[in-house]
Design a protein around this ligand. Structure first.
Ligand SMILES: Nc1nc2c(ncn2[C@@H]2O[C@H](COP(=O)(O)OP(=O)(O)O)[C@@H](O)[C@H]2O)c(=O)[nH]1
Ligand SMILES: [Mg+2]
Length: 195
């Protein structure tokens, strides 16, 4: 289980999407929230996915094939400061078209930085996932940066922006540095694809 991971390709245009029927798990969230690190830590790989301390690097939709069974799809992040409005619109359209035209998405991991309140764009994304009836799990990422006393506040921030019902989606605290939350995420994936 989860033994083989291959980077398949970057997609810049919806015409280049894989044509097979394999299910997809999408990763979405702000630029720099830790999506690429999430992939690497999940599969104990150092550089399967390229990480960067410069926000806004990933402009492509990146496909990772796991055990020839399903894809993890790393979507470009949103919300970094020096993006033009035009580029932001282009981002929104690419992601929305990708998600709404795609009938193969089994799950979305929506990563938020647990140190901060989710942003307006996070809320838009969450509403969009709900609208498209895509099951999602919120990942409260970078949890290694929280003191024990701050975990409650992180949950409160989430509820404040997304609403109380977000708790039913069982948010997971995660840290790619401390491997926190990894078991829960892998259990979710194995339930979906190895059940
Ligand atoms: N403290 C901490 N830093 C992280 C974690 N995950 C990622 N980072 C850092 O956040 C920055 C952005 O990570 P990256 O994975 O490239 O984010 P992406 O833009 O969402 O793909 C890098 O400097 C990472 O080292 C984490 O769990 N904890
Ligand atoms: Mg990335």
């Amino acid at each position: 289980m989860f033994e083989k991971q291959e980077f398949i390709k970057p997609v810049y245009n919806l015409k280049e999407l894989p044509s097979d029927k394999l299910p997809q798990v999408i990763l979405c969230g702000r630029s720099n929230v830790g999506k690429s690190s999430f992939i690497n830590s999940l599969f104990n790989r150092k550089s399967l996915a390229k990480t960067s301390s410069t926000p806004g690097k990933t402009r492509s939709i990146n496909f990772y094939l796991i055990d020839n069974k399903f894809y993890i799809v790393d979507l470009p992040g949103y919300g970094y400061a020096n993006t033009s409005i035009l580029e932001r619109k282009r981002w929104g359209k690419l992601i929305e078209d990708f998600i709404s035209a795609n009938k193969k998405i089994s799950l979305a991991f929506h990563l938020v930085d647990c140190r901060h309140k989710p942003t307006e764009l996070d809320l838009q994304l969450n509403s969009f996932l709900i609208h498209e009836k895509i099951p999602f799990v919120i990942i409260l990422n970078k949890a290694d940066k929280l003191k024990q006393s701050e975990f409650m506040q992180a949950r409160k921030n989430l509820e404040e922006i997304f609403g109380r019902e977000i708790e039913t989606a069982s948010p997971i605290f995660y840290s790619s540095i401390k491997n926190l939350g990894k078991k829960d995420v892998l259990a979710k994936l194995s339930g979906l694809f190895y059940g």
